[in-house]
Design a binder for this molecule. Structure first.
Ligand SMILES: *[C@@H]1O[C@H](CO)[C@@H](O)[C@H](O)[C@H]1NC(C)=O
Ligand SMILES: *[C@@H]1O[C@H](CO)[C@@H](O)[C@H](O)[C@H]1NC(C)=O
Ligand SMILES: *[C@@H]1O[C@H](CO)[C@@H](O)[C@H](O)[C@H]1NC(C)=O
Ligand SMILES: *[C@@H]1O[C@H](CO)[C@@H](O)[C@H](O)[C@H]1NC(C)=O
Ligand SMILES: *[C@@H]1O[C@H](CO)[C@@H](O)[C@H](O)[C@H]1NC(C)=O
Ligand SMILES: *[C@@H]1O[C@H](CO)[C@@H](O)[C@H](O)[C@H]1NC(C)=O
Ligand SMILES: *[C@@H]1O[C@H](CO)[C@@H](O)[C@H](O)[C@H]1NC(C)=O
Length: 498
């Protein structure tokens, strides 16, 4: 057939078909999901959602002409996704890339894809560094709310309740660095808040005394670390009588918050009672999950598929954001491609399709999904806290809606809960601390060159244990910190090239 007609005839035939009838098109999709089931976004958890979306699209009249050919490739949190992509570079390039989720893996893949003009949709790549879509991340659409979007709930609360300073405490691992990037979002979005950062490496014992030393002149403590460590720190804070409303405690767990819900203080040891009292002042920030009738069927199917593959899995009862996100990614792409083709563009025009995915709201599997003008999903978040001190049960106490920026306490929840009892020594004035860094000083790594970044990780963790405390107080210090980081990164890069 193809050989019989010349290019122009074919093209105009396709165009006419696109306008007059439904569009028919084969689409190569490359999905990067880890086979390793210790990741919440592993193949076993997420692939069924992608295939479900493909089936749904077939039944939708507009998209029934799309034939998705989905290749799943294993990926880890380092380089394997990039290597796979490079290995394929001589053959046919995919028309759409889904994933990777991990920051470093995504950074490499998105750079290459943007260069190839291939759209990438990920339910990950949540770090602040990816917000800059001007060049190397131009083709990235983020279908799950990024960490900077998460930080908006803190901006709203700091403003509403007049808090002025924060201590960020996080645990850092070697590969994914989720907690580092999570709190970086807050650091990045709130330049006017006096902020201290306390980091320790995963697997190290937590020196609670040392952490609590740093609390003294701050009002709000925001933590990202394992459930055990949270409990340890809350117990220590309780012992020092820091949990009676004179400090606000938060932890952030966007994707695995089930472990913080009801009874997360309970470990069956002699500290349970104290832990329950301590947790009365702990608030957990997590994603606001919505459910609609269609979701039930999806959710049932996902659970069935997951249980077939994952034996004794504890999280199979809930569908996480990654499964939901990659499902919606397929819908979003189909909508954008359909629109682009109706307007005479081809599936090969990645930048055109990408731009049609941005600044748009559509119905996802669990509710409305709104992508902002920068291609990042607006996020809705919930605050979960203990509402019954006797039984120690948790409920959602407030919601934040990213679409309109409104923070709403739920009925019956008093603002007193968030009122600081007694103001601490007020922190020194913070001068404007923009010193020419586009992204916060903490970001250095992600915007570095791929190889540089990998070297930096290696270098960073060669000293196995580390603990850093950074205080952002004055402009001079801020700039110094930034300078040191940049210098360090540069020196590693040049070492590498030598
Ligand atoms: C899976 O990932 C975990 C955590 O990153 C790691 O400890 C484990 O060795 C990995 N398993 C395999 C088979 O690679
Ligand atoms: C074409 O799309 C319309 C809706 O836009 C749908 O009703 C119809 O069934 C589709 N036709 C085919 C052949 O898929
Ligand atoms: C989720 O939380 C539970 C309880 O803290 C923990 O056992 C599990 O490893 C977590 N899963 C992931 C993927 O982080
Ligand atoms: C892709 O679409 C853009 C408009 O968004 C257009 O300027 C460009 O020429 C198109 N590229 C190709 C190869 O068709
Ligand atoms: C986003 O969409 C709104 C209305 O849908 C429009 O007014 C606005 O100009 C769009 N922004 C961009 C950057 O395209
Ligand atoms: C916690 O448990 C109580 C009682 O069982 C229930 O009413 C509440 O909705 C639960 N909260 C969460 C966040 O699951
Ligand atoms: C913001 O949006 C949410 C959900 O879209 C809605 O429930 C809420 O009423 C809105 N708030 C304001 C102040 O518009």
């Amino acid at each position: 057939m193809l050989s019989l007609c010349n290019l122009y005839v074919c093209l105009s035939a396709a165009l006419m078909q696109a306008v007059a009838h439904n569009v028919t098109e084969n689409i190569e999709v490359l999905a990067f999901l880890p086979q390793n089931n210790s990741y919440l976004f592993s193949f076993a958890r997420v692939a069924p959602a992608v295939l479900y979306a493909e089936r749904i699209l077939k039944t939708d009249g507009r998209f029934s002409g799309f034939r998705f050919n989905i290749h799943f490739e294993d990926s880890d949190c380092l380089n394997s996704a990039m290597f796979t992509l490079v290995d394929r570079s001589c053959g046919q390039k995919p028309h759409l890339i889904l994933g990777p989720v991990c920051e470093y893996a995504a950074a490499a893949v998105v750079r290459l894809a943007s260069h190839w003009n291939v759209p990438v949709i990920s339910a990950g790549a949540l770090a602040a560094g990816f917000s800059n879509k001007n060049a190397e991340y131009a083709h990235l659409t983020r279908i799950a709310p990024s960490y900077v979007k998460m930080a908006e709930i803190f901006t709203a609360m700091f403003e509403r309740f007049d808090w002025r300073s924060a201590l960020l405490v996080y645990e850092d691992d070697k590969e994914e660095r989720n907690c580092y990037f999570t709190l970086e979002g807050i650091y990045h979005l709130m330049p006017d808040i006096h902020m201290k950062t306390y980091a320790f490496s995963e697997g190290d014992a937590l020196d609670t005394d040392d952490v609590l030393q740093n609390i003294i002149d701050t009002e709000v403590v925001i933590m990202c670390m394992g459930a055990e460590k949270i409990r340890e720190l809350m117990l220590a804070a309780h012992k020092r009588q820091l949990t009676s409303g004179n400090y606000m405690f938060f932890n952030v767990d966007l994707f695995n918050a089930s472990s913080y819900g009801n009874g997360s203080w309970r470990k069956g040891d002699k500290y349970d009672n104290n832990a329950k009292q301590a947790y009365a002042s702990l608030n957990t920030v997590t994603l606001l999950r919505t459910v609609k009738p269609e979701f039930e069927k999806f959710s049932e199917e996902m659970k069935t598929s997951m249980k077939q593959v994952l034996r004794d899995c504890k999280d199979c009862e809930s569908i996480n954001m990654f499964a939901e996100g990659f499902h919606d990614a397929m819908l979003l792409y189909a909508i954008a491609l359909y629109e682009a083709m109706k307007n005479g563009y081809s599936k090969l025009n990645g930048s055109e399709i990408t731009s049609r995915m941005w600044n748009r709201t559509f119905e996802g599997i669990a509710g409305q999904v709104s992508i902002d003008e920068n291609g990042d999903r607006n996020g809705d978040f919930s605050l979960i806290a203990m509402t019954n001190i006797g039984s120690g049960t948790y409920e959602v106490v407030a919601n934040y809606f990213g679409g309109n920026g409104s923070f709403q306490l739920l009925p019956g929840i008093s603002a007193d809960r968030f009122t600081l009892k007694g103001r601490h020594k007020s922190p020194p004035e913070i001068p404007d601390n923009s010193c020419g860094l586009g992204v916060s000083a903490l970001t250095g790594v992600i915007v570095g060159a791929v190889l540089g970044a990998v070297m930096l990780i290696t270098f960073y963790f060669i000293r196995k244990n580390y603990k850093i405390t950074i205080e952002r107080r004055t402009q001079a210090e801020e700039c110094n910190t930034a300078k040191h980081r940049q210098l360090r990164e540069d020196s590693i890069r040049s070492n590498f090239s030598v």
